[in-house]
Write a protein that binds this ligand. Structure first.
Ligand code: NIG
Ligand code: FE
Length: 414
């Protein structure tokens, strides 16, 4: 048995005897232990407590890591990303700075279809290499678990290519990864006037192969005016659920068109984006078990109003924070910046933001039993901070990398 003792931890954050998704007021409670130790056995958290209670006689010879002046917290659980994509779209970004509108950019072949074109021209190997670099990059920034969507393929072959890349990432990486099928991201040009035709393709051609090859755990739909309406979303989700895929959905980014109520009715694990929420939407979400996942970097990058985090928390919703890492609306997967933005722009408290980015993010990927808190039996996915004066310093000192080391499954990443 391999065993590691971490000693003299300035503060061990997120210590929980048991865990469950945190709702409303519970989100502000982030238990911690000062001057702590933590024992890891076979990649799992085996024991933790105050240094005063560390028994000096441990049966076998463990390796010891001294964490003087360091905070240790659960690694980020980023429950919504589009990390597999081809190339980038900074020319659209510059066009927007020069004043082009979203529809003008779309008319120039921009947006999701631009990424789909690039992706269709990129080999599976090359796509994997690009995604692998991003995964390495975000893991160094503290992400230990991540959900990744398809949705830039929009043809049978290209959607399968994306999902196979995600599968390969799962096989080769130490990170905990979930895969989501987002064939319903937008309508390809040739189906603009034939929505039914594309949805039939998703249901009759894509889903059976995805199920057969076990390429996804979740199904997602971009439910918005100009994209997929509520009935279309329901049809796609029900077909996916027939194959065992659970809904995790893009709703209420630009409009409130009933996606919240429909998603809850479908038993969605999470409803994501939520920039545009009516009081009825907030009420519906608060009386459900569905997690509301907020993506503040997307609101930031698109200069949209931020998600109403305070109202959602005060109403008693379960909320998570995620990066939405994608080439169009959030070309960054840095969860530390997500943390800062959620405090600065949405007035979340540091404790709330950390819980939303760890334990609730874990539950938004159904990893809650294994990740997201310092709990005996959970996997050792940990962030070791550089010396910082207090926990609030993390979101406060935005843009500075305050992470010293990251441990995934009991091993430090390099
Ligand atoms: O989650 N909103 C839909 N999809 C992505 C952005 C798509 C793109 O522009 O590439 C998002 O923000
Ligand atoms: Fe997204």
């Amino acid at each position: 048995m391999s065993s590691t003792v971490i000693t003299n931890i300035k503060q061990l954050i997120g210590t929980r005897v048991e865990s469950h998704p945190l709702r409303g007021k519970e989100l502000a409670n982030l238990p911690s232990i000062e001057d702590a130790y933590l024992i890891i056995e076979d990649n799992e958290i085996a024991e933790y407590g105050s240094m005063l209670h560390l028994k000096t006689t441990i049966g076998h010879q463990p390796s010891t890591i001294d964490a003087t002046n360091q905070f240790i917290l659960p690694a980020w659980c980023d429950s919504h990303t589009h990390l597999v994509f081809a190339g980038s779209r900074e020319s659209e970004f510059v066009d927007k700075l020069k004043g082009l509108t979203y529809s003008e950019i779309n008319a120039k072949g921009g947006g999701i279809l631009n990424s789909a074109k690039k992706l269709n021209e990129t080999s599976e190997n090359e796509l994997f290499n690009q995604a692998w670099k991003r995964l390495e990059e975000v893991s160094k920034l503290g992400t230990g678990a991540i959900e990744i969507k398809s949705g830039y393929g929009l043809t049978l072959d290209a959607e399968l290519k994306m999902l196979r890349v995600i599968k390969k990432l799962k096989e080769k990486s130490n990170l905990h990864i979930r895969s989501t099928f987002l064939g319903a991201h937008t309508f390809p040009l040739e189906y603009r006037e034939n929505h039914r035709g594309y949805i039939d393709l998703i249901i009759n051609e894509m889903l059976p192969v995805i199920a057969k090859e076990k390429l996804a755990e979740y199904i997602d739909v971009f439910c918005e005016k100009g994209f997929f309406n509520v009935e279309e979303m329901e049809r796609i989700c029900k077909a996916g659920m027939g194959y065992g895929l659970k809904p995790k959905l893009h709703v209420n980014q630009l409009n409130s068109i009933g996606g919240i109520q429909s998603g809850i009715g479908l038993g969605a694990i999470s409803l994501d984006h939520l920039e545009t929420m009516t009081s009825e939407d907030i009420h519906s979400l608060s009386s459900s078990k569905t997690i509301g996942t907020l993506l503040p970097t997307a609101a930031f990058f698109l200069r949209m109003p931020f998600q109403p985090a305070r109202e959602l928390i005060d109403a008693g919703c379960i909320i998570a924070l995620a990066s939405d890492y994608n080439p169009g609306s959030s070309p960054s997967g840095n969860m530390n910046f997500v943390l800062s933005l959620s405090c600065v722009q949405m007035k979340m408290l540091p404790e709330e933001a950390i819980n939303a980015a760890t334990i609730n993010g874990a539950y938004a990927m159904e990893f809650g039993n294994d990740l997201g808190s310092i709990t005996i039996g959970k996997k050792a996915n940990l962030i070791f901070t550089k010396p910082i004066p207090s926990l609030a310093y993390l979101p406060y000192a935005f843009g500075t990398n305050l992470i010293d080391k990251v441990m995934i499954n009991g091993n430090f990443i390099h």
